[in-house]
Design a protein around this ligand. Sequence first.
Ligand code: NAI
Ligand code: MG
Length: 494
Amino acid sequence: MAQIKNTNNVKINSDFKFEYAPAPEATDMVKIKKQNKLFINGKWVSGKNNQFFDSINPATGEKLAEITEASPDDVDRAVKAARKAYTGQWSQFSGKERSRYLFRIARIIQERSRELAVLETMDNGKPIKESRDFDVPLVAAHFFYYAGWADKLDYLFNGKSVRSLGVAGQIIPWNFPLLMASWKIAPALAAGNCVVLKPAETTSLSALLLAEIIEESGLPPGVVNIITGAGATGAALVNHPDVNKIAFTGSTEVGKIIARSTVASQKKLTLELGGKSAHIVYEDAAIEQAVEAVVNGIYFNQGHVCCAGSRLLVEESIAKVFVHKLKRRMRSLRVGDPMDKNTDIGAINSKNELDKIKKLIAQAQIEGNEYFEPELTSIPEKGYYIKPCFFNNVASSANICRREVFGPVLAIQTFRTPAEAISKANDTPYGLAAGIWSEKGAKIHKTAQALKAGVIWANTYNKFDPASPFGGYNESGWGREGGRHGLLPYVEVK
Ligand code: NAI
Ligand code: MG
């Protein structure tokens, strides 16, 4: 294709494909420590075993920092600190006092939002436009929202008062490191609990920056403790006898292990697990809008989204047009440096995840599924990148239609009647989210009623608000986060 270079350094080719000049975000405001400690009892402390692991920048494959591997002893120290803070101080604070701290944390997050967004992108690989415009503003919004609840807990249940639980152990994944920390910490504190939080081993840095912010807010020592480490550290937290509640977001596999190991204890448990969420696009839908949302729902953020719209069910009469438009849109996606403000698809978070995605794609190809990937101009050689792709006309029984890929991979099916769309959408072990696309309100409502999914969007997708609950059915998990519902797992009704 002939390329014309214009004076603005924008390359335009005959397919109206634009290539922008690089627009990298500055990183100089982020100070990364070479070796990172644990945040226990309001202090930065070394791990007992003095063991470390590396955190890698997935955009380059280069090492960013060393992170402490917390031992069971360190976990115990953190839980003890949380317990002491709980009985000594935090549980006696009024809701108003607690809300003051939450408001303060929210405001500091806003003040330091650029630093948080840049660090998140460096450690996670997601495009800066995502961390800057989606993750960090929503993190602040969650703290603001739950700050507002802290002194209104008597209105949670009509006429009944509630009591906090004690110490919450919280384990989060790497796909939305800061956002998941806010979903966990803000409601726990608002309800009067103390916290030990463990971020994922590949994305600890933004949680440690959040610990700095918490320190800056003057929150009493021990109310929030942030410890780093991998699965063994998480397991030690789950199995600690003095923890009252476990909140976990991550794989279904680990969720099941946690469910088994807490079943005989008094611990309350919420699990936010995976998904294989479907868009249902009826023939009367606004097609361009739906195409954009499908692209956004599976390709942006590299498909590292638990509620990613990883299945597309499109009415047969418009399937050809839809897929044509989808291909055209995919050709204009920009895969590359996540720190570039124009990047749509950044880096896959780790080599492990990249290998897993590649394997699932290769398997689906071997199994004979119809594959498409756009011919993109370039993909960086260093770092962990992959092209967006889809499999068309897949069978409901195909692995690619059933297993969570957690990457930019879409499985497409067609349907002829609403009943067929609903039965295909529900034919999954998961049940996290769904998107319905139609111009007719009645059709949307009827479809929504029949879908077994925790979150249903109509004529939009991936819209979040701290006031609205989020969670799934079946293998997608137990319990809800967000909104009033998000407080319930952190209280007991008196
Ligand atoms: P994972 O479930 O192993 O990790 C999530 C968190 O759990 C991390 O903080 C990890 O250190 C911790 N953890 C691991 N083993 C544990 C144990 N036995 N006890 C307590 N905590 C433990 O997820 P992983 O290995 O990072 O990703 C594997 C797959 O899981 C992904 O490819 C994706 O399909 C899915 N996943 C789903 C997520 C979601 O948001 N629903 C988030 C992350 C992964
Ligand atoms: Mg794992």
